[in-house]
Design a protein around this ligand. Structure first.
Ligand code: PNW
Length: 468
């Protein structure tokens, strides 16, 4: 007697955009090749003590020199779309002035090769690699950086607008602002709450200006932004824990969602931040610019935050929960529930993806949504030239089931991008954390598709999940 299938196969809507994502500094290498100049991540990673093992993106996956082979691997997976980012200092060295043709040619070749393989290019303008001279002039806490970003957007759309349909401005402005200028665990490694808040504002201002430039240049393009969102759950039903959750939700989620999708900062967040800043960096008209209409919203989802009211005997916190990335609310406790975690120590919480997608749709917007990143780090072992990453595969499976559940609940979810196509430079963690569906041997640069990659190729082929 056979065992009955507990779960029916899940089919996604026709045309669902199955993809994988990367970012320029995490994979390209060739840091000083073809006219590229340093970004804040070059400076940061070359500064003693900033990244694990002093790792840098100098070589990374050497994708700059292996782009043809890498696109072939994407085609083998059957990817419908590939989300990559453009390195600002590669195409506009120094962050202002004339374009660098050699840098732009790299992306023209990449995009043309993708299109030749039937893979939709999805371009992110800013995945954290601010040209160093712009940081030296004040970085994102300085208002002028927003205008520089709009100029850069114009330059890129002038060069690639004829062949790229999907555009996102920023990747995860929370990380740029609050890890870069708040806790300082990301480049440029500054640590000041008011600067972090100013950075967040100017990132969003740059986003709005860039959307206007893209729209004017390419009226038919699909334009959006990618935010990293977390459900924030109180550890108990006490009013104090509920208030802690409200505060962290304000900083992590509503700080970006409300200005971009409603044209306003949440009043409670402004009040929470009153000891940090009086928001005098916000000028008339900024919020209207920030709320320039979009065509889509990208959501990056990894985990949930469970929080509790301050106590004197708080546990030591993992780095991304360090008090300084939560200005004005640094005494809120982040609670671990003892559920399974990834190699980043991030709790695995697939229902949180359903909650997150439903919230954006039900509370903010009818726009099409895309999961622009979702994935997990696990320790991989190469055995007989193979990597059987069962934990990563299970993570993807659970989160695709969650994505399907969100669609059933009415969310206009149009695509899903696995993070990441291949192992890469995981920021402050260097090469010690592997998120890829494709294993990278950093000595030989040999790529090995893991079990999760073969599984994902089958998901794409059948536009859904097999019965379980
Ligand atoms: C995202 N946090 O980064 C980025 O978009 C990717 O470049 C990165 O490789 C991936 O997720 C995995 O980390 C994050 O501390 C980095 O909350 C840190 C946090 C969140 C996202």
């Amino acid at each position: 007697v056979g065992v009955l299938d507990e779960r029916a196969p899940l089919t996604f809507p026709p045309g669902f955009l199955w993809g994988a994502a990367t970012a320029a500094y995490q994979i390209e290498g060739a840091a000083a090749v073809g006219g590229r100049t340093p970004s804040i991540w070059d400076t940061f990673s070359h500064t003693e003590g900033r990244t694990v093992g002093g790792h840098t993106g100098d070589v990374a996956c050497d994708h700059y020199h292996r782009v043809g082979d890498d696109v072939r691997l994407m085609a083998d997976l059957g990817l419908k779309s590939y989300r990559f980012s453009v390195s600002w200092p590669r195409v506009q060295p120094g962050g202002s002035g004339r374009p660098n043709t050699e840098g732009l040619d790299f992306y023209r070749r990449l995009v043309d090769d993708l299109l030749a393989h039937g893979i939709e290019p999805w371009l992110t303008l800013y995945h954290w690699d601010l040209p160093q001279p712009l940081e030296d002039a004040g970085g994102w806490p300085a208002r002028d950086t927003a205008a520089r970003f709009a100029d850069y957007a114009q330059l890129v759309v002038d060069a690639l607008g004829d062949r790229v349909h999907y555009w996102t401005t920023l990747n995860e402005p929370w990380c740029s602002a609050f890890l870069g200028y708040g806790s300082g665990v990301h480049a440029p490694g500054r640590s000041d709450g008011a600067d972090a808040v100013r950075a967040g504002h100017h990132l969003m201002l740059g986003h709005g200006l860039a959307v206007q430039a893209l729209r004017a240049a390419r009226p038919n393009a699909e334009i959006g932004v990618t935010v990293n969102l977390y459900p924030v759950t109180p550890a108990s039903d006490s009013p104090a824990d509920a208030d802690a959750a409200r505060r962290i939700d304000g900083l992590a989620n509503r700080f970006f969602l409300d200005p971009i999708l409603r044209g306003e900062y949440p009043a409670d967040l402004v009040a929470d931040l009153s000891t940090v800043t009086d928001f005098d960096h916000v000028q008339d008209g900024d919020l209207a610019t920030i709320a320039t209409p979009l065509d889509l919203v990208g959501v990056n989802y990894y985990s949930r935050h469970v929080v509790a009211a301050p106590l004197p005997d708080a546990d030591p916190e993992p780095y991304w929960r360090s008090p300084s990335c939560w200005p004005g609310s640094g005494d809120v406790r982040f609670v671990t529930r003892g559920v399974p975690v990834t190699d980043m120590n991030w709790e695995i919480d697939a229902p949180g993806l359903v909650e997150t997608l439903r919230r954006v749709h039900e509370e903010y917007t009818d726009l099409p949504l895309y999961v622009t990143e979702n994935g997990s780090a696990f320790v991989d072992e190469v055995v007989d030239g193979q990597v059987d990453d069962v934990d990563r595969l299970a993570y993807f499976d659970a989160h695709l089931r969650a994505s399907h559940e969100a669609i059933q609940a009415g969310v206009p979810l149009r695509g899903y991008f696995a993070w990441s196509l291949m192992d890469n430079f995981e920021w402050a963690w260097g090469y010690t954390k592997r998120f890829g569906m494709i294993y990278v041997d950093y000595d030989s640069q040999i790529r090995i598709p893991k079990s999760s990659a073969r599984w994902y190729a089958e998901v794409i082929r059948r536009n859904g999940l097999a019965a379980q």
